[in-house]
Design a protein around this ligand. Structure first.
Ligand code: AMP
Ligand code: GLY
Length: 427
C-alpha cells in the first residue's frame, strides 16, 4: 500500500487521540487535522482555517492535499452530511452518511429504528405535545426525559421522581433550552444497571470490535454531581465479559447493521453503542452514537496495540478485514483534568505546568482537549482541558500510572475525579 495521507476532522481530545494513533501507522506518510489544535501540532499538520463543520473546506482541503482517507471526529458534521459530501467528491471517508447519523441526531428516530429491528431497549414514547408528555410522566413516575435532537450531551435528564421530569419538560419544551432540538421529547423507562461503551468498526457488514470501555459522566467521585462530557474512561471494562459481549454482538450490533442494510443505508464508520447491563447480564441500548466516544477513545488508542489505519481505511472502502488477534492487549485509563467550575462557568487562560515532565514518562500520553499554546507553554482554553492517559498490563497498573502522571500536572483550581476505573477494581 502506498504511503497514505490521512485527514482527521475535529479539534478535541478524541481527535488528538486519533491523530496520535494514526501517526504511528507505518502506512501513513502525513496526518492532517482540520482545524486541529495547538496541543496536537506535534503529531498532525493543523489546518486551522478549516473547521470540522466546514464541508466545502473539507472537500477542498482533501482535493488540494490529495488526501487518501478522512476520519470525521464529531457528530455534527456527520449529521450535516460531511461524509456524503466527501464521498461524492471521490474521497474515502470513515464516518456514516447523514441518513445514518440520524441515529444519533434524533433520539425518537433511533428508538423507532431499534424497536423495528428487535434491539433490546427500554419502553419509550415520543411526544411533541407538552400536555401529553406531562401526562405520561405522571403515569410513569421514574423515567428519563430526552430532547429529541442534538444538545451537546446535555439534553438527557434522568428522573427518579416525576417532579424532576416535569421540570425537565418545562425546560426543554417550555423554555426551549435546546431550541428546536427539544420540540419533540422522548420519555422512556429508567434502566438500572452498569453502563458501558461498545465500539464496532464496520464497512456496513463486517465488524471489528474494540475493547469494551466505560466512561464517567458525572462531575464528582461516586457518580455525584452534574453530567459532563466525560471525566475519565478506561478499557477493558469487565462488566462486558465474554458472555455479555456475545449478546451485545448478537442482539444489538449485528441486528443494527443488518437493519441499516435492509433500509438501504449501510453503516460505514464506528457504531458506538451506549449500554446498560443489568444484574442478569442483559444488555440494553441507552443510545447510539455515530462516532468515537470522548474520552473513551483516549483510553482505547493506548489500550489497543493494533494499527487502526488498515481498519479505518478498510471500513471506508467497504473491505474491512479482521486483524490478526493480539494477546496481552493490556489496559488503559484516561483521567480528565477539567477547569474549576466545569461543567458550569469556568475561567480560561490558566497556565498549565508539568507537561514536559510527564512527556518523558513511559506509557503515558496527555491528550489535549481544551488548551492553547501561549509562549513556551500551554494555557487552558476549555472546560475539559487534558486527558491524562496511561497504559498498563491491567486496569490497576494503568490507573496508578495515570494518577501519578495527573498529579504532576497543575493549573489553578484543577478539577479531577479520583475514582476513574474504580468499578473495575472493585470487582
Ligand atoms: P446520553 O446523552 O443519551 O448519552 O445520556 C446521558 C446519560 O443518561 C447516559 O449516559 C445514562 O447515564 C443516562 N440515561 C439515558 N437513558 C437512560 C435510561 N433509559 N435509563 C437510565 N439512564 C439513562
Ligand atoms: N463518552 C460519551 C460520548 O462521547 O458521548
Amino acid at each position: 500500500m502506498p504511503a497514505m495521507r490521512v485527514l482527521v476532522a475535529g479539534s478535541g481530545g478524541r481527535e488528538h487521540a486519533l491523530v496520535w494513533k494514526i501517526a504511528q501507522s507505518p502506512r501513513v506518510e502525513r496526518v492532517l487535522a482540520a482545524p486541529g489544535s495547538d496541543g496536537m501540532a506535534d503529531v498532525a499538520e493543523c489546518v486551522s482555517d478549516v473547521a470540522a463543520g466546514d464541508l466545502d473546506g473539507l472537500v477542498a482541503l482533501s482535493r488540494r492535499e490529495r488526501i487518501d482517507l478522512v476520519v470525521i471526529g464529531p457528530e455534527d458534521p456527520l449529521a450535516a452530511g460531511a461524509a456524503d459530501r466527501l464521498r461524492d467528491a471521490g474521497v474515502a471517508v470513515f464516518g456514516p452518511s447523514a441518513a445514518v447519523a440520524r441515529l444519533e441526531a434524533s433520539k425518537a428516530h433511533a428508538r423507532d429504528f431499534m424497536a423495528r429491528h428487535g434491539v433490546p431497549i427500554p419502553s419509550y414514547d415520543a411526544f411533541t405535545d407538552v400536555d401529553a408528555a406531562r401526562a405520561r410522566v405522571r403515569e410513569m413516575g421514574a423515567c428519563v426525559v430526552k430532547a429529541d435532537g442534538l444538545a451537546a450531551g446535555k439534553g438527557v435528564v434522568v428522573c427518579p421522581e416525576p417532579e424532576g421530569a416535569l421540570a425537565a419538560l418545562d425546560e426543554i419544551m417550555g423554555a426551549r433550552r435546546f431550541g428546536a432540538a427539544g420540540d419533540r421529547v422522548v420519555i422512556e423507562e429508567l434502566l438500572v444497571g452498569e453502563e458501558a461503551s461498545y465500539y464496532a468498526l464496520t464497512d456496513g457488514e463486517r465488524v471489528v470490535t474494540l475493547a469494551p470501555a466505560q466512561d464517567h459522566k458525572r462531575a464528582l467521585d461516586g457518580d455525584e454531581g452534574e453530567n459532563t462530557g466525560g471525566m475519565g474512561a478506561y478499557a477493558p471494562a469487565p462488566v462486558v465479559n465474554e458472555a455479555v459481549e456475545k449478546r451485545v454482538l448478537e442482539e444489538i450490533v449485528h441486528p443494527t447493521l443488518r437493519g441499516l442494510r435492509e433500509e438501504g443505508t449501510p453503516y460505514v464508520g464506528v457504531l458506538y453503542v451506549g449500554l446498560t447491563i443489568d444484574a442478569s447480564g442483559q444488555p440494553k441500548v441507552i443510545e447510539y452514537n455515530v462516532r468515537f466516544g470522548d474520552p473513551e477513545t483516549q483510553a482505547l488508542v493506548l489500550q489497543s496495540r493494533l494499527d487502526w489505519v488498515p481498519l479505518l481505511d478498510g471500513a471506508a472502502r467497504g473491505a474491512l478485514e479482521p486483524p490478526l488477534p493480539i494477546e496481552d492487549e493490556g489496559a488503559a485509563v484516561c483521567v480528565v483534568l477539567a477547569a474549576p467550575g466545569y461543567p458550569r462557568d469556568y475561567p480560561k487562560g490558566l497556565a498549565i505546568t508539568g507537561l514536559e515532565e510527564v512527556a518523558d514518562m513511559q506509557d503515558v500520553v496527555v491528550f489535549h482537549a481544551g488548551t492553547r499554546r501561549e509562549g513556551e507553554g500551554f494555557v487552558t482554553s476549555g472546560g475539559r482541558v487534558l486527558g491524562v492517559t496511561a497504559r498498563g498490563a491491567d486496569v490497576r497498573e494503568a490507573r496508578d500510572l495515570a494518577y501519578t502522571a495527573a498529579d504532576r500536572i497543575a493549573f489553578d483550581g484543577v478539577q479531577l475525579r479520583r475514582d476513574i476505573a474504580a468499578r473495575a477494581l472493585a470487582r
